[in-house]
Design a protein around this ligand. Structure first.
Ligand code: ZN
Ligand code: ZN
Ligand code: ZN
Length: 336
């Protein structure tokens, strides 16, 4: 029997990537029915508006213990890293469109500070902030929060994006995402919202039905490159997109939100920082469940046309904008 928790990386030789393996000694860390993120709890205390906590039962640890050793092509490494939780408000319910705007800005500052701080650890190669929302995605805690995983390796999705951005830069002498922004602005069919610094659109190459990407119009490589003003514009576009999502159907829309930034160190300045959203619904009552073709072949099927779904999102954003104006929020940019 295992007497302590195990945190290790196992190499999958078929895919060529690390799997994070963790076994936890205790099951549920929190007392039933009591939110661990509300103010005044042992985890949170008082006197904060946005707070970073250590994940109590993390998948990665700085003092990771492994269950076995490497042999032959079966490689094992310590599951070294950090798993953190960012609680975005003291309010128990809500989403990024309903928390105070100053919290949203602070949230981005916190992610930036954590990226900067964690990257100082030479064993960390990549900082990955993300947000899972909704029980459909397996999130039982409704208190608004995000997570940060700090990894000792560059994850596969990022390796692929790095490779393609580098290749495009070497072939054409310009930035791939800059090129995509030009095309989207030219075609205007999938753009949803734009402010001085950012553009949000449903990509031509979307994999999930209501996928939305947010790209900075200036070439920033990571959160660390943003200044106060660009964080304010980023908070604005995030608020607008999430408000649009929550106006799409008759319920608050579950989604996954990820931050893609360059690795902690190395020559990766060609990487263009961005945010991607992957909601799991394909219409009001149906979810897009990744099945045989998606899971077994890593080939996505898209039901409908991205241009049609972009129109639906535009209508939802219009409804959201009216509600936001009533609540006293003045968007910093323009709707399409
Ligand atoms: Zn709570
Ligand atoms: Zn760029
Ligand atoms: Zn990306």
């Amino acid at each position: 029997m295992l007497t302590e928790s195990i945190n290790e990386l196992r190499w999958n030789p078929l895919i060529g990537s690390w799997i994070i393996v963790s076994s936890k000694r205790e099951k549920r860390p929190w007392r039933k029915g009591l939110c661990p993120f509300c103010p005044g709890r042992p985890e949170t205390g008082e006197g904060w508006d946005v707070i970073v906590l250590d994940n109590k039962f993390p998948a990665l640890k700085v003092d990771a213990v492994v269950s076995t050793t490497s042999r032959d092509i079966y490689k094992v490494k310590e599951g070294y890293g950090y798993c953190k939780v960012v609680v975005e408000t003291t309010e128990h319910e809500g989403d990024l469109d309903s928390i105070p705007f100053k919290n949203l800005i602070k949230y981005l500052e916190v992610l930036t500070d954590e990226t900067r701080k964690i990257c100082k650890d030479k064993k960390i190669k990549y900082v990955f902030p993300f947000r899972n929302k909704g029980k459909e995605i397996g999130v039982s805690l409704t208190h608004p929060h995000s997570q940060i995983y700090a990894l000792s390796f560059i994850p596969p999705r990022i390796r692929v994006e790095l490779k393609n951005m580098k290749k495009y830069y070497e072939e054409y002498g310009e930035c791939l995402l800059g090129k995509i922004i030009d095309i989207e602005k030219g075609e205007k069919k999938r753009v949803l919202y734009e402010n001085e610094e950012y553009i949000a659109f449903l990509p031509f190459y979307a994999m999930w039905p209501y996928e939305v990407h947010i790209y900075p119009k200036k070439h920033y490589s990571s959160l660390i490159d943003l200044n106060d003003s660009s964080r304010r514009f980023l908070a604005d576009v995030i608020k607008i997109i999430v408000a649009g999502y929550n106006s799409l159907f008759s319920f608050s829309l579950p989604y996954i939100m990820v931050f893609h930034q360059k690795p902690c160190r190395g020559d990766f300045d060609f990487f263009h920082f961005h945010i991607e959203f992957y909601p799991v619904h394909r219409d009001e009552n149906k979810m897009k469940f990744p099945a045989g073709i998606e899971r077994g072949a890593w080939t996505f099927t898209y039901d409908g046309l991205p241009e049609e779904r972009a129109l639906e999102l535009r209508k939802a954003l219009f409804r959201a904008s009216k509600r936001m104006k009533k609540n006293g929020y003045k968007p910093l940019g323009v709707f399409y």
